[in-house]
Write a protein that binds this ligand. Structure first.
Ligand SMILES: [Zn+2]
Length: 104
């Protein structure tokens, strides 16, 4: 599988992965930061907030730009400016792959 495609899966439902990471990066603003800088998570509702699985499947929001496009090094991909720039180009400039429509 294309590594950019593989890495993109880790930008969603990545709570567990980011908890195990030492460094995170954002594919939207290409900033690099530590996992403990992330304060915003999406995915929990009043109905599932006590469900450990739902907690583990929260999606990180970038502390810099608010995008749900955060990647942690715990996923096995390199978190550096070059890799993030390639992700950004592929997913946000739409030069390679169109993002799924209707993501909220
Ligand atoms: Zn960002």
């Amino acid at each position: 599988m294309n590594e950019l495609l593989a890495a993109y899966r880790y930008t969603s439902n990545n709570y567990g992965q980011i908890e195990g990471s030492r460094l995170c990066g954002c594919c939207n603003c290409v900033e690099i930061f530590r996992p403990d800088e992330i304060v915003g998570w999406t995915g929990l509702t009043m109905d599932n907030m006590t469900d450990p699985r739902a907690v583990n499947e929260q999606t990180a929001m970038c502390p810099r730009c608010g995008s749900e496009a955060v990647l942690g090094d715990g996923c096995g991909f390199p978190i550096n400016a070059n890799f993030l720039a390639r992700m950004n180009e592929a997913w946000f400039q739409r030069t390679m792959i169109r993002r799924p429509a209707g993501k909220t």
